[in-house]
Design a protein around this ligand. Structure first.
Ligand code: TYD
Ligand code: MG
Length: 452
């Protein structure tokens, strides 16, 4: 009898090895290998639409995807303007952040507009889902619950029913009978997702996969899934805040880095239409160490407060902590302030924070971080009607950023009076949006203007 061929696969990144290893050479995880059956079918054609045919690009018809507008604006935005038929979307996030809540709210809208939907739950019983639905005031004959974990059965039911959307909550609980490994292992997640993808592409039913995030911050069985699916959305936000941010990490049907902002209330997730006003609502007036930056999140401008606290170090090594902004970036800016603006931060602890639990990755926030740190260092507040944006270079120069007009327009709308922006941006402006705009060319000049 021929032996079944098995391989060892890293459960955290999917790396495959012919023999067991203690440490994964790819992601560095320890004791992460488990034995999986090697699936010979994996080598066959993987075209989800059946037979492949070579054809010239000009002969390909269609090309414009059909979209269902869900009716939750913030969700439609991150999806790129609605749900694409046959698209497979992964929603990842920490346990308890609100994935099931969001999906139930979305399903209720989809069912109302486009007909019955199928909600497959391997995690919660129909009774538990009912309790949540009551809390959200959702009741519908068109939301069909299926407590099933075998992916072949799910596809059979969905194939007969042809729902207007299919949800798998969560992908870690489903498994395929083709593999012997436990649900939640990389092999199972990948195979199940692949089967669901084939179903989605053939039937044109949009599919949502819900995925948990591991302690390290990646969706379990992560890299394998991100390649398969069309869209990846991450749910961010911390327990201490009621804001929840849904961020597009990958989208074959729209732009990435779009964000949708929600607030978790007693009766579910509520959309936030005017996030800038919300994030600035508790801003202390004329306190030092606070500055407002205009950041672009995808296509949307967002005004947020960055705070800094600079205080003398009590133990030898100065402490540097940053929340919501890149730690290395802040260290770099501190070095620029020391060298180019003569601020002696070497003996100071520096803490920086973005208010509201947001994460800002854009370099355009540099100027705001500099303003907050120097304001705290000098104990002199930044004018509360002033906002800033600009990238800071290593020689202290302030570099132009993209979309300066969109940013200024939003700042004016919120009620700001002054803006400190890169000189080269200021020179190219066609209108000032009623703002008093100061173009600055280096850090020193910027700090001069912040002081007023
Ligand atoms: P849930 O959607 O179950 O999270 P996930 O599926 O991501 O694990 O959300 C659970 C949390 O949300 C829980 O702590 C309770 C809270 N919640 C509200 O605050 N208001 C609500 O209306 C609902 C349904 C949940
Ligand atoms: Mg859940």
């Amino acid at each position: 009898m021929s032996k079944i061929k098995t391989v060892f696969q890293c459960q955290s990144c999917g790396y495959v090895s012919p023999k067991w290893l203690g440490k994964c050479p790819d992601c560095g995880a320890w004791s992460s290998f488990s034995e999986e059956k090697q699936d010979p079918r994996a080598l066959k054609s993987s075209n989800p639409r059946g037979s492949a045919e070579a054809q010239p690009l000009s002969k390909v018809t269609g090309g414009r995807e059909k979209r269902q507008v869900i009716g939750i604006k913030e969700l439609d935005r991150v999806l790129g303007g609605g749900l694409v038929n046959g698209a497979i979307t992964l929603i990842g996030g920490d346990p308890g952040i609100g994935k099931s809540t969001l999906i139930l709210q979305a399903l209720s809208k989809i069912a109302e507009k486009y007909g019955a939907v199928l909600y497959v739950s391997g995690e919660e019983s129909p009774e538990q889902i009912k309790l949540r639905a009551e809390r959200l005031s959702i009741d519908s004959d068109s939301i069909i619950l299926l407590p099933e974990t075998l992916v072949e059965n799910v596809i059979a039911v969905a194939g007969n029913m042809r729902p207007s959307a299919l949800v798998i909550d969560s992908i870690q609980t489903v498994f395929t009978e083709d593999l012997t490994s436990a649900p939640g292992s990389v092999g199972q997640i990948r195979e199940s997702a692949a089967k669901l993808m084939i179903f989605a592409k053939k039937s044109q039913v949009p599919v949502f996969l819900i995925g948990h995030v591991t302690k390290e911050g990646a969706i379990a069985g992560p890299r394998v899934l991100e390649h398969i699916v069309d869209t990846v959305l991450y749910f961010e936000g911390d327990r201490g805040h009621s804001y929840r941010i849904l961020r597009t990490v990958k989208n074959r049907f729209g732009s990435t880095n779009e964000i949708g902002i929600f607030e978790m209330r007693d009766n579910g997730l509520t959309e936030i239409d005017n996030p800038s006003e919300l994030f600035l609502s508790e801003r202390p007036v004329d306190a030092s160490g606070s500055a407002v930056i205009v950041s672009m999140e995808g296509t949307r401008p967002l005004l947020v407060e960055v705070q800094a606290l600079v205080s003398p170090t009590t133990f030898g090594m100065p402490r540097r902590t940053s929340i919501g902004v890149d730690f290395n970036r802040v260290n770099l800016l501190i070095a620029v302030l020391e060298k180019k603006a003569g601020m002696h931060l070497g003996g100071m602890d520096v803490f920086t924070n973005i208010v509201g639990g947001l994460k800002i990755i854009e370099p355009a926030s540099d100027l705001g971080i500099i303003a907050a740190i120097s304001s705290s260092f000098r104990e002199s507040p930044v004018n509360s009607k002033t906002c800033l944006f600009g990238e800071v270079g290593l020689s202290g120069e302030i570099r132009a950023v993209a979309r300066s007009e969109t940013r200024l327009k939003e700042a004016a709308k919120i009620g700001f009076k002054n803006a400190i922006i890169p000189k080269s941006n200021a020179e190219r402006l066609k209108t000032d949006f009623g703002l008093n705009i100061t173009g600055v060319k280096d850090v020193e000049e910027a700090i001069e203007h912040i002081r007023i």
